[in-house]
Structure formats: structure tokens, C-alpha cells
Design a protein around this ligand. Structure first.
Ligand code: HEM
Length: 540
């Protein structure tokens, strides 16, 4: 490694003397008898040994023995997949300790939480760690998904691993949601009540949903809660799901996920670091006659195609031990340190014991579901709670199969995939914006309150709204869908003309579904429109 440019001479000298001191101390330590009593042989730092460190260790064996040097750059993955795994492990360990002191019985659960806080040694700290790690995992998994998208790592041959990832994202949310009820305090009780009430609005399967085939005693909410309302059966169900079923499912899928990362080869293999920033490589690939890299068949780091410059730029490989392992180790230490400090500093909330008769105003869902709750302002529950989340999940799952652009795998190349990036970032940021609104800008009666406004000051909840007459509403929706399907192909045949009819239709319907949300928000917030279409069976 070269000298870091610009480091003052005094710092260089200090660094040299620290290195010298450490290596002398190390030499003395390994020469002692007690060291020899434990370790019979020294470790010879040869290439063969570096590879063996990984291939002969059951845990490190998750990695390949070598990896493209470009993949070692922290700013490629930001360590987000690894951090998500670290948090999952930490949650499992702290969760097991919490289970020693917690009984899922509505008559005991809250008292057990109080005991954990005030009686169990380090109980409050343990609970804080568990709670904050759960929130952190939701964030790292989201950001990991964003990084995988931005580096095009969902494109062939990694489409299936993206799908596994989407299921892991849903499991992460469900794990967090199911844990929310267990403290059995007011936040827990009402967050789960709000969350599960949406299930009654499911089309066909919810008692209040359009075309309902069921009653309150056998609909989807009843299945989730084991009763008509949140009570003992719900607590037991959530406990079993949270401590057993969901972690088990997540563990199995994580194994599949990591196995596929190995099999599909890590995407940074095609980062082509020798060509500045990778984008020139993308330019080469876009040249007429240039072939797309054969990612499916090429060995890690190899690139096929007529562009000799690309082939010549095959990336350098680095040994995973010690380079990648050291980075992962450091990232884990820093993350754990931050989480420990945070948990020492800020306590996980615990309100009054749950009460079915004392409804908080507003009763908010957990923060990661506040986007859904905010959507309830603009849509009926069956759309906000079932159709739109369903569309998001289906859209995410289909993404690798709908994006026909092969360019960009292995580096942050937004220039050559402007449309895909714009659509994805739009959806991602819209989701974040809805959560921010729900968390910080909604007060009693779900009315707008600025973060610094007091909730004590009552605001009128009633808003005068109006609906489109049904023929106008039907026409507006037909026009929206018709033009949305027709115009892009008509105006940009060079982009959309090459896609098959079916793929084009799915792509456009998903995009129109996403765009419908900000449009409806605009109609409601600016023009006070409540429904665009009202029928005897459903309202939109
Ligand atoms: C519990 C949640 C998850 C964990 C623990 C996890 C962990 C990991 C790890 C450790 C890697 C290896 C490299 C890296 O750090 O990026 C990885 C790669 C990958 N993950 Fe995840 N992941 C999770 C969720 C997701 C989600 C939500 C998606 C997408 C929707 C996803 C898609 C992928 C893909 C496609 C790769 C291969 C990326 C490449 O080769 O660059 N994962 N994941």
C-alpha cells in the first residue's frame, strides 16, 4: 500500500512507532511458555494459509476464498447486508435472554416487563438492546435493498436472490410487528389493534372488505388474532410467531440467501475498477455491436465480449482473509458499540398497561407501518391496507424480471439507467415521506400538527369533502389507465416498443398504481376530493 498522501511527518512517525511497539509486544507474547501451552504452531502468513483460513472454517466458509478487490470498498456495500445479519443474531441472543423472564399471559406480561426493567440485573439494558436493534434492522434491511438496487445487483443471475430478499424484508417487518404486542402496554395494544383492523378490510376475506364472504368470527383478522379483538389468544399467537415461527423462517431463508450470494457470485465482480468509475465500461457495452457481459456463465471477475478493453480490465482479486474479514469485523465492532451506547442512553418506551377501554388519540401503528396508516386518509382501508402493500410487494418481486436494461451491474451507475432509478427512488422516497408525515405531522384525530405544535390545542377534525359523480369517476379512472397504457409506447417507441406486450402492461399498471397515490393525495389535500369513484361495493 502506498503512503497516504498529505499525512504530516509527525503522524507518520507516530504511526511507525506504534506499529513497531505492537509488533515487539506481539513477538514477546508468542515467545512465552503460556502461549506455547495453548498454541503449538505459529501462523505462517502465506497465500495458502489465507485461503485455508476461510475454506476450513465453518462460519467464514460463507465467503469465497477470494473476492474482487472492488467489492472490498466499504462504499460499495456499506456493510448493510452484513449489519442486517449481525442485528438478526443480536436480536436472537437478546431475545432468548428476555424469554427467560417473560410469560405471554395478559395477566402477567406487563408485570414481567416491569420486572425486566427494575428487578432483572441489566434487564433494562437488555430490553433496550433488543428494541433498538429491531428498529435498526428494519432500517439496514431497507438500505441494503436500496444499495442492491442502485448497483443493479438484482439483474441476472441474481433475480431469484432479490426475490428471497423481498421475502426477508417482509419477514423482518413481521418480526418487528409481532414483537410490538408483547410488552402489553398501551402503545403495544393500540398499535396492533390499528394494524390488524386493516385485515377486516381485505377484499373477500375481511368482514368489512368489498365482496366479503366471511363474518367477524371467521375473517382474516380473526385468523391473526385468534379472536375478534386483541386479547390472550392474540398475545399467544404473536409470541409463538415472534419467538419461533418467524425467526425459523427467516433463518432458513437467510441460509438460502447467503448460499445464492456464493453461487451467483458477488456482483462487484463486474465493477471493472480499472475503467474509471465503471461508467466507461457501461459506455462500451452500449456501443453498437458490443456484447453484454456474460454474467451467468463467466467466472467471478471475468467479462466476455468483443470489447477488448473491457476484458483487459478484469478486476484484481483479493483474499477474503484477512482483507474482507477485517473490514467486516471492524464494521461489526463499530455498529455494536454504537448500539450499546444508544441503549445505555435511551430507554425503550413502556407506557401504562394495555386497556381496551382507554383509546389513545391518535392511536399510531409502529413507525414502519405509518405509511400505510397515512394512506388511510386518502383511500379506504382495503386499498391502503391490502391492495397497495400487495402491489408494492408484487412490484418488488417482479422488478428483476421487468427491467430489461442489462447495464450497470456491480457499480453505482445511475446515468445509464435513469428511468429505473427515478421510478425506484420516487417510490422509496414517497414511502419515507409518508412515514415522516405519519410520525411527526399527525396529531389527535389524525389532523395535521407541526412537530412543535401542542396536541393540547384542539383542531377541527371535520373536513368538508366531495366525491366525483360515478360516471365522471369511472371516466376519469378509465382515462387514467387508458392514457397511462397507451401514451408511453406511443411517445417513446424506441424505449417501450421493444418490450413484450405482457411485460409492458404489467410494468405500466404497477407504475400507474404507484402514481395513483400522490395523485390521490393531491386531489384530497388541494381539492378536498374524498372519493373518485363510489359504487355500492367499494369506493376508490
Ligand atoms: C434479513 C435481511 C437480509 C440480510 C441479513 C441480507 C444479507 C445479505 C448479505 C450479507 C449479502 C452479501 C453482500 C452484502 O452485504 O451486500 C447480501 C447480498 C444480497 N442481498 Fe441481501 N440481505 C437481506 C435482505 C435483502 C433484501 C430485502 C434484498 C432485496 C430486496 C436483498 C437482496 C440481495 C441481493 C440481490 C444480494 C446479492 C448482491 C450482490 O451480489 O451484490 N437482501 N444480502
Amino acid at each position: 500500500m502506498g503512503q497516504p498522501r498529505g499525512l504530516p511527518a509527525v503522524l507518520l512517525a507516530a504511526r511507525m512507532s506504534v506499529r513497531h511497539g505492537v509488533s515487539r509486544a506481539w513477538g514477546r507474547l508468542v515467545a512465552t511458555r503460556s502461549w506455547h501451552s495453548v498454541f503449538r504452531h505459529g501462523y505462517e502468513d502465506t497465500r495458502r494459509n489465507r485461503l485455508l483460513q476461510v475454506s476450513s472454517n465453518v462460519f467464514l466458509h460463507l465467503h469465497p476464498t477470494t473476492t474482487p478487490a472492488s467489492g472490498l470498498k466499504f462504499a460499495y456495500t456499506w456493510g448493510l447486508g452484513g449489519l442486517s445479519l449481525l442485528l438478526f443474531v443480536l436480536l436472537t441472543v437478546t431475545g432468548v435472554f428476555l424469554m427467560f423472564y417473560y410469560v405471554p399471559d395478559t395477566r402477567r406480561a406487563y408485570d414481567d416487563m416491569k420486572d425486566i426493567e427494575f428487578v432483572v440485573p441489566f434487564g433494562q439494558f437488555l430490553r433496550n438492546l433488543h428494541r433498538w436493534a429491531a428498529h435498526a434492522m428494519v432500517i439496514t434491511v431497507w438500505l441494503h435493498m436500496l444499495r442492491v438496487f442502485l448497483t443493479s445487483s438484482y439483474k441476472p443471475p441474481r433475480e431469484f436472490n432479490w426475490v428471497v430478499g423481498v421475502v426477508l424484508l417482509v419477514l423482518t417487518l413481521l418480526l418487528s410487528f409481532s414483537g410490538y404486542l408483547l410488552p402489553w402496554d398501551q402503545i403495544a395494544f393500540w398499535a396492533i389493534t390499528v394494524g390488524t383492523n386493516m385485515a377486516t378490510a381485505t377484499p373477500f376475506l375481511g368482514a368489512e372488505g368489498p365482496f366479503s364472504l366471511v363474518t367477524y368470527d371467521n375473517d382474516l383478522r380473526f385468523l391473526i388474532l385468534g379472536s375478534r379483538s386483541v386479547g390472550q389468544s392474540a398475545l399467544l399467537r404473536f409470541y409463538v410467531l415472534h419467538c419461533l415461527a418467524l425467526p425459523l423462517a427467516a433463518a432458513v431463508l437467510l441460509a438460502v440467501h447467503f448460499w445464492r450470494v456464493r453461487k451467483d457470485k458477488f456482483s462487484a465482480a463486474l465493477a471493472l475498477p480499472a475503467i474509471s468509475g465503471g461508467s466507461q465500461a457501461a459506455d462500451l457495452l452500449e456501443k453498437p455491436g458490443a456484447e453484454v457481459p456474460l454474467q451467468e456463465t463467466a467466472p467471478a471477475g471475468a467479462v466476455a465480449g468483443p470489447a477488448r478493453e473491457v476484458r483487459a480490465a478484469a478486476p484484481r482479486v483479493a483474499e477474503v482473509w484477512p482483507h474482507l474479514v477485517a473490514i467486516e469485523f471492524l464494521a461489526a465492532i463499530v455498529a455494536l458499540l454504537m448500539l450499546h451506547v444508544w441503549s445505555l442512553w435511551i430507554d425503550a418506551p413502556l407506557e401504562q398497561v394495555a386497556s381496551a377501554t382507554n383509546t389513545p388519540n391518535p392511536a399510531k401503528a409502529p413507525w414502519y407501518f405509518l405509511g400505510l396508516q397515512e394512506m388511510l386518509v386518502y383511500f379506504d382501508a382495503w386499498i391502503a391496507g391490502v391492495v397497495l402493500p400487495g402491489l408494492i410487494i408484487v412490484g418488488l418481486i417482479l422488478l428483476p424480471y421487468l427491467d430489461p436494461n442489462p447495464v450497470g451491474v456491480g457499480f453505482y451507475d445511475l446515468r445509464h439507467r435513469k428511468r429505473a432509478t427515478a421510478v425506484f427512488l420516487f417510490g422509496f422516497l414517497l414511502w419515507v415521506a409518508l412515514i415522516v408525515i405519519g410520525q411527526f405531522f399527525r396529531g389527535p384525530g389524525w389532523v395535521w400538527y407541526l412537530p412543535w405544535e401542542s396536541w393540547e390545542v384542539a383542531k377541527p377534525v371535520y373536513e368538508k369533502t366531495w366525491n366525483f359523480p360515478w360516471p365522471a369517476g369511472l371516466a376519469a379512472i378509465a382515462l387514467y389507465l387508458g392514457l397511462g397504457l397507451y401514451l408511453p409506447r406511443r411517445l417513446r417507441p424506441e424505449v417501450y416498443g421493444t418490450i413484450s406486450h405482457r411485460r409492458y402492461a404489467v410494468l405500466m399498471l404497477l407504475a400507474l398504481g404507484m402514481l395513483a397515490l400522490p395523485l390521490k393525495m393531491l386531489l384530497r389535500l388541494v381539492f378536498h376530493v374524498h372519493y373518485v369513484l363510489v359504487t355500492p361495493w367499494f369506493r376508490i
